[in-house]
Design a protein around this ligand. Structure first.
Ligand SMILES: CC(=O)SCCNC(=O)CCNC(=O)[C@H](O)C(C)(C)COP(=O)(O)OP(=O)(O)OC[C@H]1O[C@@H](n2cnc3c(N)ncnc32)[C@H](O)[C@@H]1OP(=O)(O)O
Ligand SMILES: CC(C)C(=O)C(=O)O
Length: 560
């Protein structure tokens, strides 16, 4: 890195637009979308797509709902030429979808482009030439006047060739390439030259497409440039004003959104931000940003995972796990406070109210994603997330103080193993913590229960104590008190809860007791799970007794 980058790099020049209107505007409807996945997205791949991959992605773009799709540069490659012909000859273009193809401002390329489109119902020819000072000087060696002559000549050439094919409805898209780096007056002059040479009218519209070919400024500067063009282009009512942002500074989405506020009608971009260098603007993000404002984007991302799969397969570029809306991890919370808030939010969310789940900007279900991965447990997780997983996967609702107790156990475990815990591992740890020392089936707890005349209970338990089976008996006003009496331990039951887990044939009774004993700080929870609620309660008391005993002397456990 240089000590003084100013010696090498120039700052961008802001636009003087004192009465700019865009900062107080909002976006209230979706723009016209153009997918350039098959052109800008394709020209930037290590290995450009073959016809088969192009067709697969084309069909997916149609399914998503794109009505304008730039399918390539037919004059540049035989694959693109053949692909264009295939779509037209085999009738693969739905009625409401229009193809766009690109060409440089060169006569031979324009002629070949028109030939590729012969017989199409409607077609957009995208003609471009660079206009910025560095390109004029370094690449083309042209003055501004010569650039205008180039535009006039080649638009006229296109007009002549397309007029000879009246069965197709022709639309010109003109892009002053490098628009964001060009003096506004020069861009305007180039666009007006194209507008005039094309003979724009009510029935002969034009798309003026303004790119940030290499993003070099903050998005507000692009918005000023767009608002300036929006005010000066004429006849504005016959012009579709389009933008084509790139992402070299990482702000393509912001550039596109501010451009829409500044007067743009249409956005060109790629799925998941694919495209040259740092990519084109990401249409998935733009569309879903609108959706979360309550505006339907007109694109269908209900099966976002399916869209990811097809895009990855066709481009061989993976979608980042943190990609907005589509990444594998974007609906996953590991951290405790987030998990707690999400769990409460999901419980409070009603189907007929506005979405208000903390930390989830969109309902994953609207993208065909499930809640399965929303909460995942590692050493950063808290009681809320752990409770959520046990509740969702096992139907076990833990009392609040038990959530605190068990999350301590989970934290120590996750810290020690330094990795994420799956739902299965969490359940295993729960069993290990609360069921340890107990037999697995109900038959293993040999206990007898008698109802006494005064309504109380008497129980007889056979337990394994210090390596020997002993039969203990006790009585009390219910099975819990009788079990405590039988154990002969100074246990005090602080709280008791019973719940059903599962439904129908799978239903089981879950009993949870919170107990204390002299000489042990705090309480311990015990859990019993059984087909029978009384059995579950007895288990729960034994579980708590074991855990209290283990806290005092680790080997003093009871087993049935
Ligand atoms: C910002 C963008 O993404 S623009 C889109 C860019 N996409 C692509 O270029 C992909 C497909 N292109 C290609 O395969 C090739 O460029 C082709 C086949 C179209 C043309 O190839 P070639 O004839 O070999 O020319 P090459 O690509 O090297 O272009 C350089 C020449 O074209 C001129 N040129 C470049 N862009 C344009 C333009 N838009 N209009 C007119 N001339 C242009 C250059 O000034 C240069 O001219 P020179 O040879 O007189 O110096
Ligand atoms: C030709 C234009 C639209 C382009 O792709 C760019 O400038 O990035």
């Amino acid at each position: 890195m240089l000590k003084n980058p100013a010696a090498k790099y120039r700052p961008f020049t802001p636009v003087s637009l004192p009465n700019r209107q865009w900062p107080s505007r909002t976006i209230s409807s979706a723009p016209v979308w153009l997918s350039t996945d098959l052109r800008d997205g394709n020209q930037s791949l290590f290995e450009p797509m073959n016809g088969e991959r192009k067709l697969k992605l084309f069909q997916e773009l149609v399914r998503i709902g794109f009505k304008e799709i730039e399918i390539g540069f037919p004059a540049a490659s035989q694959i693109d030429f053949d692909f264009t012909r295939k779509l037209i000859d085999e009738g693969l273009i739905p009625e409401d979808v229009t193809l766009m193809v690109m060409t440089q401002a060169r006569e031979d390329l324009i002629a070949r482009t028109v030939e590729a489109l012969r017989g199409a119902r409607r077609a957009i020819v995208h003609l471009y030439n660079a206009t910025a000072p560095a390109w004029r000087r370094i690449v083309f060696g042209m003055s501004v006047a010569e650039v205008m002559a180039l535009v006039r000549h080649h638009v006229a050439c296109l007009r002549r060739l397309t007029d000879a094919c009246p069965q197709t409805q022709w639309v010109l898209q003109y892009s002053p390439e490098t628009f964001n780096l060009t003096e506004l007056e020069v861009s305007l002059q180039a666009c007006q030259t194209a507008i005039e040479a094309w003979g724009v009218s009510e029935d002969r519209k034009i798309i003026i497409n303004l790119p940030t070919t290499v993003e070099n400024a903050t998005p507000n500067v692009f918005a000023d440039q767009i608002e300036w063009m929006h005010r000066h282009l004429a006849p504005r009512e016959h012009i579709v004003l389009s933008v084509h942002p790139h992402n070299d500074r990482g702000s393509a989405v912001a550039s596109a959104e501010l451009a829409l506020m500044a007067g743009a009608d249409r956005v060109e971009g790629c799925l998941f931000g694919n495209g040259e260098r740092c990519g084109n603007v990401d249409i998935v993000t733009l569309a879903l940003n609108l959706y979360t404002q309550g505006i339907h984007p007109g694109l269908d991302f209900l099966d976002i995972n399916g869209v990811v799969r097809i895009a990855e397969e066709c481009t061989a570029i993976p979608v980042h796990p943190r990609h907005p809306y589509a990444g594998d991890l974007v609906f996953t919370a590991f951290s405790g406070s987030h998990q707690d808030a999400i769990r409460k939010g999901l419980a409070a969310q009603r189907p007929d109210t506005h979405w208000e789940v903390p930390y989830l900007p969109i309902d994953p279900a609207d993208l065909g994603r499930t809640y399965d991965g929303v909460i995942r447990v590692n050493s950063q997780s808290g009681k809320g997330g752990i409770a959520f997983l046990l509740e969702r996967e096992r139907g076990i609702v833990l009392p609040r103080r038990m959530q605190v107790e068990f999350s301590g156990v989970v934290q120590r475990h996750a810290d020690a193993c330094e990795k994420e815990m799956s739902g299965g591992e969490l359940w295993a740890l729960f069993q290990h913590t609360y069921f340890q020392g107990l037999g697995r089936g109900d038959e293993a707890i040999r206990y007898l229960e008698h109802r006494l005349e005064d309504g109380g209970r008497r129980v007889e338990l056979t337990v394994l104590m210090d390596g020997e089976h002993r039969t203990l008996s006790g009585q009390g006003n219910g099975p819990i008190a009788a079990t405590v009496d039988a154990l002969g331990l100074p246990l005090r039951i602080e709280a008791y809860e019973e719940r059903a887990t599962g439904t129908g044939a799978d239903a089981q009774a879950l009993a949870i007791v919170e107990a204390s004993a002299p000489g042990t700080a705090g309480t311990r929870f015990g859990v019993g799970l059984s087909d029978n609620i009384v059995t579950a309660s007895v288990w729960a008391v034994i579980s708590a007794a074991n855990r209290l005993a283990a806290a005092m002397a680790p080997q003093a456990t009871l087993a049935a």
